[in-house]
Design a protein around this ligand. Structure first.
Ligand code: ADP
Ligand code: MG
Length: 723
């Protein structure tokens, strides 16, 4: 009987390309078909109710009770017309994925039949049985009370036969239990602070929205191969596996032609995404074999994040139809590129101006420089917090490894903008500036061809790319709300401080534009250390960063400290994004998730080694022993079986090493498990347990190379990556 690996390979050989039926040749025919968007609301709601929703989205005004009733009834009519049978509040708990609790629309009537109902109450507020969502001690488990309430800034949509209503998730004491609530608070703070600063330049600006375009990287693997690897289906990554003879060294995958089966999956996934209003625009191969990327057109940030969460879920569902498994893990294969989620971020006014787009006139450029330099200063001031916001056990494997940004937060601007900032820094802003002409001479011209010339330093975790910043350190499986809450919050805080500094100078009698330039110049000087144009992957950079005083937290338990720092506490208080309790709760949840994932990995390593690897190695060794015995029996001398003896010895060495180290690792795990303090526990897992992973793996991978291929039960890298 062939082993599970060969059965899986057999299954892969039998695969055919799934046919994908497009709803129409024109995407515009079906884009957003499954979304209760503004256009549909207009058709289903009274003029008055429609306006209430629009105001709620644009101005954050609450929706009155009677209106909620009307909206619910409209939503139900639309959903039933689309054959939906259930509804759910769709939310983003801190577990990292999305959560749903489905309720049917139908309700039995006293006469015996049933009707479809959906009330304003059901729309506005729902109490899921939430006792098992992480809340970091905020909500006592036995109380199990968390509320979900509709977030009107993200439209309802239909998945399958369920109406999904994007909601926030809060405890009954009003504390945030999800990713959305702090994000919305940060966006509110940014809007206010940015509008205030905009008024130095343009009084007509009433609102500033952050925009976000998320590039999503992922790996695909055949479902049969995936299922033959317990490490993949239990942890999302391979814990063992020798590198394939051919991997990514030829770089022939990137922008190569997309394999047919993958292409069918992409088309299918895109069709569903487009119907859900996710504006997917690009698709291509990535650097590593079997690695791909898709990206939508940027959207308002809250929506962009909901769409990315939805997309990750969708990818997984659609992949099954094509016998694929999507790997969103940051580092599924050691030695091969990891996956990230580039967050392209900017700020856009209600008048349509991108605040990070350099202008044509000096006056516009002063506005651009204001937002540009404030962003740099914000990241400089709170780099540690930004680092904390992307920290996870998965991302620890990726940051600083194979073509991923390092754990040091630095900013890349491109030589042209660096020169511009250097010029301002060294220019003399004379108090004697009398007229505008003199002032504008102090602002260097920003070259027009910027967009093509910036970026392409792929090694930077935070890069300016012409009209936006790109945060590249975010992990592929992460919820972008975590780093985006921090980014928007720190920029909001910085803009507030900027306004304070500028107003102070104006009060002292400085001309407005001069005051702006003086503060900009000061910030450029103060934040200079975070700017780095060189190779972020190099060792020299690590040394230089250290000399510059930049942090380099390589692992999560230490990186997370920033959440509890004095500096962050002041920031949270000023921006009102996190209460003290919320900050502590988040810190705790993140540490808990960190150690629990390592705990699972350690267990899987133990089980696989004991039940799969060692038995396989021993059975091969036994075969060799029998062979040697046989050769001896027929009277051959030792010289005829030296190779066999050598192999037998090598196998024993590896088996012994693995067994001893797994036992020791289990010992360390037991010690770590009884540690009460959660940070100490996370550190113990990181520094005492995880340290065994690599040496054990090394020897398992040696066995993979030694043992007869026909009995090795785990699909090999060459099969996972190239089939
Ligand atoms: P690449 O980074 O691969 O060169 P692009 O620059 O075309 O690709 O864009 C990457 C992502 O950035 C896309 O999702 C795009 O919509 C988004 N993007 C473009 N402009 C902005 C902006 N002003 N704000 C936010 N995201 C943007
Ligand atoms: Mg990009």
């Amino acid at each position: 009987m062939s082993n599970i690996r060969f059965q899986a390979l057999q299954a892969v050989l039998g695969r055919t390309v799934q046919e994908v039926k497009l709803p129409s040749n024109k995407i515009s025919d079906y884009f957003s078909a499954n979304v209760f968007d503004k256009l549909k609301m207009k058709g289903y709601l009274s003029k008055e109710a429609y306006q209430v929703i629009v105001d709620s989205v644009d101005k954050g005004e609450p929706i009155p009770r009677d209106m909620a009733e009307q909206v619910a009834s409209a939503m139900k009519s639309w959903a039933l017309s689309k054959n939906a049978t259930h509804y759910t509040h769709w939310f983003q708990p801190l577990t990292g994925s999305t959560a749903e609790k489905h309720d049917a629309f139908f309700e039995p009537t006293s006469e015996g039949g049933a009707i479809e109902t959906f009330s304003g109450d059901a729309l506005a507020q729902q109490e899921p049985d939430a006792s098992s969502f992480p809340s970091g001690g905020i909500r006592n488990t036995f109380e199990a009370r968390g509320y979900t309430a509709w977030d009107p800034s993200s439209p309802a949509f239909i998945m399958g036969r369920t109406l999904c209503i994007p909601t926030v998730f809060v405890s009954y004491t009003g504390e945030a239990l999800d990713y959305k609530v702090p994000l919305l608070k940060a966006l509110h703070a940014l809007d206010k602070a940015a509008v205030d600063v905009c008024h130095y330049f343009d009084k007509s600006i009433e609102k500033v929205n952050a925009s976000l375009g998320i590039e999503q990287e992922y790996f695909l693997v055949d479902i049969a191969l995936f299922n033959a690897r317990p490490d993949l289906y239990l942890t999302g990554r391979t814990l063992f596996g020798h590198m394939s003879a051919k991997n990514q060294q030829l770089e022939d995958h990137y922008f190569g032609s997309i394999p047919e089966r993958v292409y069918a999956f992409m088309q299918d996934m895109e069709t569903e995404a487009l119907q859900l209003g996710i504006p997917l625009k690009t698709r291509h191969n990535e650097v590593a074999p079997s690695q791909f990327e898709c990206a939508p057109i940027y959207e308002e940030i809250n929506l962009a994040i909901d769409h990315n969460q939805l997309l990750m879920d969708l990818m997984d569902r659609v992949a099954k139809r094509h016998n694929f498994k999507v790997l969103l893990h940051e580092k599924p294969y050691e030695g091969v590129n990891g996956s990230g989620k580039h967050n392209n971020w900017s700020m856009i006014t209600n008048t349509g101006k991108n605040l990070l787009s350099p202008g044509k006139t000096p006056k516009n450029n002063l506005m651009f420089l204001t937002f540009f330099v404030n962003t740099i200063k914000a990241v400089y001031e709170h780099a540690d917090l930004l680092r904390a916001s992307i920290a996870s056990v998965n991302n620890d494997h990726r940051l600083g490894a194979n073509e991923a940004p390092p754990a040091i937060i630095s900013i890349f601007l491109g030589s042209q903008l660096s020169d511009v900032l250097d010029e301002i820094e060294t220019s003399r802003i004379s108090k004697k500036i009398k007229d505008d002409a003199m002032l504008w001479q102090g602002i260097p011209k920003i070259p027009q061809i910027l967009k093509d010339n910036t970026d392409r330093n792929r090694t930077s975790p935070f890069a300016f790319t012409g009209n936006k910043f790109e945060l590249r350190a975010v992990g592929s499986s992460a919820n972008s709300a975590s780093p985006m809450t921090i980014l928007n919050m720190i920029v909001a805080d910085q803009l507030k401080k900027f306004k304070y500094d500028v107003d102070k100078l104006i009060k002292k009698g400085e001309k407005k534009d001069v005051a702006l330039l003086i503060v900009i110049k000061k910030y450029i000087k103060e934040s200079k250390n975070i700017r780095f144009e060189g190779n972020g992957y190099s060792e020299e950079w690590e040394k230089e960063a250290e000399a510059r005083g930049l942090s380099n937290f390589k692992t999560t338990p230490k990186a997370l400290d920033a959440i509890l720092s004095e500096k962050s506490a002041i920031l949270f208080e000023d921006t009102k994004v996190f209460s003290k309790r919320e900050a502590h709760a988040r810190h705790e949840i993140l540490l808990e998730s960190f150690y629990k994932k390592l705990q699972i990995e350690a267990r899987v390593i133990g089980e696989m080694v004991t039940n799969i690897i060692i038995p396989t190695a021993i059975s091969y060794q036994t075969k060799l022993v029998e062979n040697v015995k046989g050769l001896k029996d027929i009277g051959l001398d030792k010289s005829t079986y030296t190779a066999q003896l050598d192999l037998i010895n090598q196998l024993s060495e590896h088996i012994n090493f693995i067994k001893t180290n797994v036992d020791q690792m289990i010992g360390e795990r037991k010690k770590a498990n009884v540690i009460e303090d959660i940070q100490a526990k996370a550190l113990a897992y990181d520094e005492k347990v995880k340290t065994y992973f690599q040496p054990i793996r090394y020897h398992v991978d040696k066995l993979e190379q030694l043992v007869d291929d026909s009995i090795w039960p785990l699909p090999k890298f060459r099969e996972l990556l190239f089939i």
